[in-house]
Design a protein around this ligand. Sequence first.
Ligand SMILES: [Zn+2]
Length: 302
Amino acid sequence: MAEAFFVYSPDYYCDIGAHVFPTVKFARVREALRRDGEIPEERFLLPEPAARADLELAHSPAYLDDLFSLRRTPRTARSELPLTEPIVRAYALAAGGTLLAARRALRSGLAANLGGGFHHAFADRAEGFCYINDLAVALRRLLADGAIRRAAVVDLDVHQGNGTAAIFRDDPAVFTFSMHQENNYPAKERSTLDVGLEDRTGDAEYLDRLNAHLPAILDDFRPDLVLYVAGVDVFAEDVLGGLALTLEGIGERDRCVVGHCARRGIPLAATLAGGYAARLEDTVSAHRDLCRILWDTACGEE
Ligand SMILES: [Zn+2]
């Protein structure tokens, strides 16, 4: 029987000024779970920032030098965020959080980082709202340690996981699956499998497409771990997304991913990734629902 753990730090919050990315959402998701009262406090784990040696498994030393020196260079300039010490620290912490969640999932079956999913960061440069690719850092560390032989990234954020795809393009140990809105940011890289969806794709077709691919990926590639990039910017009322899922549809999506992994005994660690709903409470509620699905699955209620 699986057990579910949740990784969170108050320092995931960082001040990025007036911005479409609501960094306050991490704390709001944590508060919502505390209010629910269902998940005991001891299931919440506090991460450490990823060590430089871990970061270097996924990022070039030149880029990390620019980043931690807060230098605006071509390597850091494609970020759409300010470059400050607390922000860089928050991204290193999120990477440590995804690594902790992944390690926990390998022991207990299910875990979520209440942050992370920064899939637009490349090995040698920032992009979008992403400075450090926490997914790549976590997987490279676990592969280097021999904790896993292969892993799959299931990226269902509305935007393609371009940084993750590029980092693992020549790495047969990692299967990158990205299902996203085709006609949206970013410039696409080649994942192991890309599924580009039409604008305004709704619940039924989305779930059909997901169910057409995910079981085969898990059965054929047989990953030792799934990292789930559970962006909720697929929501119909997302400001940056152009798909048309309902909150119920997002819940079905999350149950589908968690269920397919749980039934096969494949450990799953989730990250929150994107979510820019017109109403912040919709973003928070969708992320909270994922955590409750993990909890309910571990409790055998699914
Ligand atoms: Zn996104």
